[in-house]
Design a protein around this ligand. Structure first.
Ligand SMILES: Cc1cc2nc3c(=O)[nH]c(=O)nc-3n(C[C@H](O)[C@H](O)[C@H](O)COP(=O)(O)OP(=O)(O)OC[C@H]3O[C@@H](n4cnc5c(N)ncnc54)[C@H](O)[C@@H]3O)c2cc1C
Length: 444
């Protein structure tokens, strides 16, 4: 029996366990996780906080008992403190101080990521809240129920911050969203699209403080104000959503790491040390849009990397295809999806790109029903005309279109090939001249 020790059993770890145990009977898996629950879908956190779903029950898809019934040996609420990579032994400690040691043939790190909390003055004040775990969401909901919590500030206007701002507004709280950048979601969309989301937030009553740097939190024990370089905002509750960093402490100094500390892995999720794998948010990805190693912390990537490591350990030839960082967001009914790189980001990286934009009705003009506009941008390289990014926005659910762009980037499709690709027409779904075809035909 080959013995595998897995550290971390959230999305990446759970995918790994299921795939190994569903496909073999000669592997023993020992699992450590420091948390009390596994498989919490953080993507549902804002929906739960914003009362768009009734409760948290549907936000879990696995648990200790299910994985044990498949044959995994589970140590929950038990933190791995140290690994002896020469002797191949993992040392862990339970919440009551119990000590455990487990030897391994193969070790898999799935230790995820942790919120970035900068050392801003007052960050330790009560009600300055992290948002990552199920327990964090419970705390936020409990605090929101207090009628004295009237003003809420969200720091960071990435997708989590924007989702939380919507959730707080839905709770009737006076909500301010602060970001040092001049807009929201700048990592995923160009200004033509971020402006749509900015106006959407503003129109729905979120107070925007973009282009402002948080300097301090002030209060007497509990937070009362957020001070920026340009102003100050009353705050009974603050959520920090400025990003995540890989949790890769256990292999520090032993395994090769990326510029942000993530374990560098190859397309089989192998690290630089033999028999040690890394999956999910603690590891790098291969980014097809830039043809290079990158760090993109998403549950979708975590799950696929768990499958990839499992296939590699099972001896199956199914390496990673790489990723495109495809993502989506839906705020007060405005839907935006993107994949690959934006024009802005490509330029910052020194990649020469061109863009083609198009805006149309979603459905055929003669349809006598609601027919929202859809706006698309395709980003392609100037040198070889390969598509390396796409962004789409609409009030209509056009999200599935982005998957085609994800595949196009992965398969190195050119803008000219896309222009002549067979895209179906049906009045209920699109115009006779599909907006994707029109955008591609408009490429210079
Ligand atoms: C609010 C929010 C919304 C999100 N929305 C989306 C979304 O819509 N779509 C999307 O794709 N992604 C989304 N994400 C990102 C997604 O949740 C992460 O990419 C995903 O959780 C990564 O999974 P993971 O298993 O790699 O790591 P994690 O979820 O970070 O899990 C790591 C696990 O390792 C355990 N662990 C860590 N160190 C140790 C140790 N030393 N010993 C034992 N156990 C340890 C932890 O307890 C944890 O259970 C969201 C995240 C948040 C916070």
């Amino acid at each position: 029996m080959e013995k595998i020790v897995l550290v971390g059993s959230n999305h990446a770890g759970t995918a790994f366990i299921n795939t190994v145990l569903d496909n073999s009977d000669d592997k023993e898996i020992v699992v450590f996780d420091s948390n009390s629950n596994i498989s919490f879908l953080g993507c549902g956190m804002a929906l739960w906080i914003g009362k768009q779903i009734a409760g948290s029950e549907g936000l879990f898809y696995s648990n200790k008992e299910t994985l044990e019934s498949k044959g995994a040996k589970m140590y929950i609420e038990t933190e791995v403190k140290n690994v002896d990579f020469d002797k191949k032994i993992v040392y862990a400690e339970g919440k009551h101080g119990e000590k455990y040691e487990e030897s391994y043939d193969k070790l898999v790190f799935a230790t995820g990521s942790v919120p970035v909390i900068p050392p801003i003055k007052g960050v330790e004040l009560e009600n300055v809240q992290r948002v990552k775990l199920f327990q964090n969401a419970e705390e936020v909901i409990r605090k929101l129920d207090n009628p004295e919590v009237k003003d809420v500030v969200v720091v960071g206007a990435g997708y989590i911050g924007v989702e939380l701002a919507e959730a707080f507004k839905r709770n009737g709280k006076k909500t301010t969203l602060i970001d040092i950048a001049e807009t929201c979601l700048p990592n995923y969309y160009d200004p033509e699209f971020t402006t749509l989301m900015r106006d959407n937030l503003k129109d729905n009553g979120v107070n925007l403080a973009f282009g402002e740097a948080v300097k301090a939190f002030e209060g007497n024990g509990k937070v009362e104000k957020v001070i920026t370089d340009k102003g100050e905002y009353k705050a009974d509750l603050v959520t920090m959503a400025i990003g995540f960093r890989p949790n890769a402490e256990l292999g520090k100094g032993k395994l090769e790491t990326f510029r942000n500390g993530a374990y560098i892995v190859n397309k089989k999720q192998e690290t630089s040390l033999k028999d040690v794998y890394a999956i999910g948010d603690c590891a790098t990805v291969y980014d097809n849009a830039i043809d290079d190693t990158n760090y993109i912390a998403l549950a979708s990537n975590a799950v696929r990397s768990g499958l990839t490591a499992a296939f590699a350990i099972l001896g199956l030839d199914r390496p990673s295809n790489g990723v495109q960082g495809s993502n989506g967001i839906c705020i007060f009914d405005l839907k935006m999806v993107s994949t690959g790189v934006t024009e802005n980001r490509a330029k910052k990286m020194g990649i020469e790109v061109l863009c083609t934009d198009f805006e149309a009705n979603q459905k055929a003009g003669f349809m006598e029903e609601e027919n929202p506009k859809v706006k698309i941008r395709i980003v392609y390289r100037k040198d070889n005309r390969r598509i390396i990014g796409a962004q789409i926005a609409s009030k209509y659910d056009m999200s599935m279109a982005i998957h085609m762009f994800s595949l196009a980037i992965q398969e190195k499709v050119t803008i000219d090939k896309l222009a002549m690709t067979d895209l179906f027409f049906l009045p209920h779904f699109n115009e006779p001249y599909n907006y994707i075809t029109m955008a591609a035909l408009g490429a210079k």
